[in-house]
Design a protein around this ligand. Structure first.
Ligand code: 3PY
Ligand code: MG
Length: 267
């Protein structure tokens, strides 16, 4: 069975650079998973995903053997945890975790007993880790599977100690757009507003005390590089939709002999 090299890298204090799959499509997942990203997140929060398509995308990413499949579940509810993990995902990214109870719930659904309440079943979870050996998977899943919780609200900031002290949390992953919006700022993946910067500093400080690596969504590779310099280890560098929109725009404008415009929004 393969071991979760993303988790291992983070534990060693190294950076793990990934990407975001916002398009529900196997061909895109196949292409992106052969580029060299350490991991890809199949987004089921802001993409109206079908569970079967998500499962096929997880399998495609896992079968690349060079890229870890994660799923961002749409909400902190048990169904998508089951579907994602039983499809072979190496971890779940859980949006909007605001309380200790919500963090405990996420860990519980992701871990087999005795650490959690994940139900045993399905035949493809182990395929995600490159083996057909169900028992080996069952014995190691709790150690390998990652629970990545999103910190993206002032409520989460208030409850940070209670949230990050929950055993089994692998990464505190900032959602910068929601965090901006809920702080009353213009949504953005980057930003130097004092409230936003102070929020990041607070997460850094508390996560550091609990030895939890930090992650963050970034709009491009430059921004991701900057975040790694600030101590973020799990950085999403680009999404499939951004790749498409930015490259298409750039080439169209170049062909017309025009200056390339600034990106106009979130992709
Ligand atoms: C956010 O920016 O709010 C995210 O959740 C990243 O997609
Ligand atoms: Mg968000």
């Amino acid at each position: 069975m393969r071991t979760n090299n993303v988790k291992a890298k983070l534990k060693r204090g190294e950076v793990s650079a990934g990407g975001w799959l916002s398009i529900g499509n196997i061909a895109t997942a196949r292409l992106m998973s052969r580029i060299g990203f350490d991991w890809l997140t199949i987004d089921a929060e802001h993409t109206a995903q079908h569970p079967e398509l998500m499962a096929a995308m997880v399998a495609t990413v896992a079968d690349s053997q060079v890229c870890a499949p994660f799923v961002r579940v749409p909400t902190n509810s048990v169904e998508w945890f089951k579907w994602a993990l039983d499809a072979g995902a190496w971890g779940v990214i859980v949006p909007m975790v605001n309380t200790r109870e919500e963090a405990e719930r996420a860990v519980s659904w992701a871990k087999y007993p005795p650490q959690g309440t994940r139900s045993i079943g399905g035949v493809f979870a182990q395929y995600g880790f490159g083996t057909t050996n169900r028992s080996e998977y069952a014995a190691n899943a709790n150690d390998e599977i990652m629970v990545i919780i999103q910190i993206e609200s002032p409520t989460a900031l208030e409850n940070l100690e209670e949230i990050l002290s929950v055993p089994g949390i692998d990464v505190a992953f900032i959602g910068p757009n929601d965090l901006h919006a809920l702080l009353g700022l213009t949504p953005s993946s980057e930003g130097a507003e004092p409230e936003f910067v102070a929020a990041l500093e607070k997460v850094k400080e508390v996560a550091g005390r609990y030895n939890i690596p930090l992650g963050i969504f970034c709009s491009n590779g430059q921004a991701a590089l900057q975040r790694t310099k600030e101590g973020f280890q799990m950085v999403s560098t680009i999404s499939d939709t951004s790749c498409l929109a930015l490259a298409a725009t750039q080439n169209l404008w170049v062909a017309r002999g025009n200056d390339i415009p600034e990106p106009t929004g979130l992709y």
